[in-house]
Design a binder for this molecule. Sequence first.
Ligand SMILES: C[C@H](O)[C@@H](O)CC(=O)C(=O)O
Ligand SMILES: [Mg+2]
Length: 451
Amino acid sequence: MLNAKIIRLSVSDVRFPTSLEHHGSDAMHTDPDYSVAYVVIETDDGSKGYGLTFTLGKGTEIVVCAVEALSGFVVGKCLEEIVSDFRAFYRLLTSDGQMRWVGPEKGVIQLATAAVLNAVWDLWARTEGKPLWKLLVDMDPKRLISCIDFRYITDALTEQEALDMLLKRQEGKLQREEQMLKEGYPAYTTSCAWLGYPDQQLKQLCTEALRDGWTRFKVKVGADLQDDIRRCGLIRQMIGPSNTLMIDANQRWDVGEAITWVTKLAEFRPLWIEEPTSPDDILGHAAISKALAPLGIGVATGEQCHNRVMFKQLLQASALQFVQIDSCRLGSVNENLAVLLMACKFQVPVCPHAGGVGLCELVQHLILFDYISVSASLHNRMCEYVDHLHEHFKSPVVIQDARYIPPKDPGYSTEMLEDSVRRHQYPQGAVWQGLPREGQTVQDSADQETD
Ligand SMILES: C[C@H](O)[C@@H](O)CC(=O)C(=O)O
Ligand SMILES: [Mg+2]
């Protein structure tokens, strides 16, 4: 019920030892343990909402602390009170006179804001009995706009412009929704070519992915040029000339170095270079974009773009050709809506960042909404997919023929299995207690765990 009062918020540090097998490794994050700060809110009528934000292991405890610091803004509020003026509630969390000093709207506090607000959106969608994408698609455009904080972006997009865009897209919405339900949203895979995977594994995974119908592949680059040339050559040869290749450097280079390095990989015809340099360097991204445009290579970024203001500047400076929203980096759905609308105005395609723990589960809702209600285009658009850790979710993503099939369960697909949360809690969960000691293999410790 909308008038239910939120009476409790709990948060857990949940980590998965993915570094043991080099899953998720890249040129800057060589040993990630995919993790989440996992939030559960409970109401006085017994309903629950689930939210999370993604981390790489160490430091998750700091995000947990920040979530606890925000909990006072949520506990005691009715859901109705929050969603009837969601913009005000967003501001309450992000603009508190004391708390904003540890942001504002960036870093750990913004990750915590995302986790908390994701739980609120999940609760709202469950209360309405709809998957989140459908809640957004069905929402009156005025109400949708009222969830967005336009402060700092009105020089790029006004409230009225955003409303006009949504109203214009009302036409054809039903057909686009039917199309998505039938065909799903196009995806690409990053699972084949993490930086720590040896060539043999890369070949094996690529063969399997091609067999499963994947046509778009992302490869990690940036640590060693000769390795990159070999790995990109290998994968281009396997996928053939007409499939799509993207490369991702995860912020490894300086601006000039990025241009030189990517020029040397141009023969493999990547569609984009992702995160070539510091995520905060807007002019740097603009320079790289300009230099690589004649080679037909675009710049993609966003997974560490911490707020709408950064995206605004990247768009204004023509510094990126692909917008990579992230469901857990920006301030939840509220801020993602702002970025989707700005990207549409600037006519830059959105290709969300996903993967990690739960990012695919969450962001599929946003990109479905984007197609049905905002962009109405699939040109040069695809959503990332990574084949790890979905088994820990109550409503895991469904991929068919390399496309996301729209989720049907009510909510934001954020709920994790209780047993998974318990076993992976850090450091007391059974998985962490049973991790290999010096001299043991992962298999030894897995055997120990089942004994
Ligand atoms: C550390 C993460 O796995 C990162 O490499 C993910 C990423 O850059 C992507 O999926 O893109
Ligand atoms: Mg990336």
